[in-house]
Design a protein around this ligand. Structure first.
Ligand SMILES: Nc1nc2c(ncn2[C@@H]2O[C@H](COP(=O)(O)OP(=O)(O)OP(=O)(O)O)[C@@H](O)[C@H]2O)c(=O)[nH]1
Ligand SMILES: [Mg+2]
Length: 302
């Protein structure tokens, strides 16, 4: 199991790994952990988009532990351990409710990968034997409902939808009724992409949320913020703003395969304080992996 996840993550991290190669290489250079080594370590971590805070943190810890000691394998292992400690506490997967539908709401900026991540979540839940329904609450973008409909047909999943431009909260209401009446285990709610500055759209998101809460106790049980990994540190800045208006329970980091900026994930815990639940490593439904800090760090240095 670990091996399979590991291989997938490793492939997904191909571009990021090419940058981390330069960090790994540093440990192979003979010598001492001196100021020059620390400066070089700092530079390389920074170039791998680990971010200012996390980079400083690691360099400080290495300085305290190893300054003026010979370089051996321990330094590499130490850095790996530190990187892992900066990642979110493992909180992979969805927290399924013991009874009634588990409601998962998806949010994020335009084009971050929300709808594709939903297709992946459908597959994941179905593979776990769950009865899954999706609600097409993006009525804003013209082709959004169609896109989700195609996925739902391909994945053989029930969909509740409405007219283009109709009230997404009404669709959410309808979906809750159907999910309860027909014994669905999971209801995933797609929403339109938006910026935290678009007040009316943020209010709309809040309205969808309130409807879900009213219809199903404790819903939404998960609110996943989908971030586009290709925007690196910028994605984190966006998420910080988003989080101020939407209460989120976790992150889906999409498009990790398309970027060398995978190091940005080290800033997520410190800046957002949210667990990364899944990483997207491709465009196909099977390209979603529960986030495993151990596998992630190992894959970076492989
Ligand atoms: N390589 C790669 N591409 C991805 C991944 N996730 C999504 N994409 C692509 O990113 C693009 C946008 O994905 P969508 O799922 O439509 O994004 P969205 O957030 O729903 O977009 P809006 O609804 O317009 O806000 C599509 O071309 C997807 O195929 C991923 O993990 N890897
Ligand atoms: Mg979408």
């Amino acid at each position: 199991m670990f091996r399979a996840i590991f291989q997938k993550i490793k492939q997904g991290l191909a571009k990021t790994r090419s940058l981390f190669g330069s960090v790994a290489e540093l440990f192979g250079i003979r010598g001492r952990v001196d100021q020059q080594f620390l400066t070089e370590l700092e530079k390389r971590l920074y170039l791998a988009d680990v971010g200012t805070f996390a980079t400083q943190e690691i360099v400080t810890r290495v300085r305290q532990a190893f300054l003026d000691k010979e370089i051996n394998g321990d330094v590499k292992q130490f850095v790996k351990d530190q990187l892992r400690s900066l990642l979110t506490d493992a909180s992979p997967g969805l927290r399924y409710q013991p009874s009634g539908p588990t409601v998962v709401m998806i949010a994020g900026v335009n084009g971050s990968g929300k709808t594709t991540s939903i297709a992946k979540l459908i597959k994941l839940c179905k593979d776990e034997g769950k009865k899954v329904m999706v609600a097409a609450c993006d009525t804003f973008r013209a082709a959004a409902t169609e896109q989700l409909t195609i996925w739902s047909q391909r994945l053989d999943c029930e969909i509740v939808k409405g007219q283009h431009g109709s009230d997404p909260a009404a669709i959410a209401h309808d979906a809750c009724e159907k999910a309860k009446a027909r014994g669905f285990d999971v209801l995933i709610v797609d929403t339109a992409g938006r910026l935290h500055t678009q007040t009316h759209l943020m209010r709309e998101l809040d309205k969808i949320r309130r409807i879900l809460t009213k219809q199903i106790p404790g819903a939404p049980h998960e609110v996943l913020l989908v971030l586009d990994a290709t925007s690196g540190q910028n994605a984190i800045a966006q998420a910080e703003n988003f989080k101020k208006t939407v209460e989120c329970t976790g992150i889906v980091l999409a498009k990790l395969d398309g970027t060398a900026k995978g190091g940005a994930i080290f800033g997520v815990k410190q800046k957002l304080g949210l667990p990364v639940k899944y990483v997207g490593v491709g465009e196909k439904p099977e390209d979603l992996e529960p986030f495993d800090p151990e596998a992630y760090v190992e894959a970076l240095f492989e």
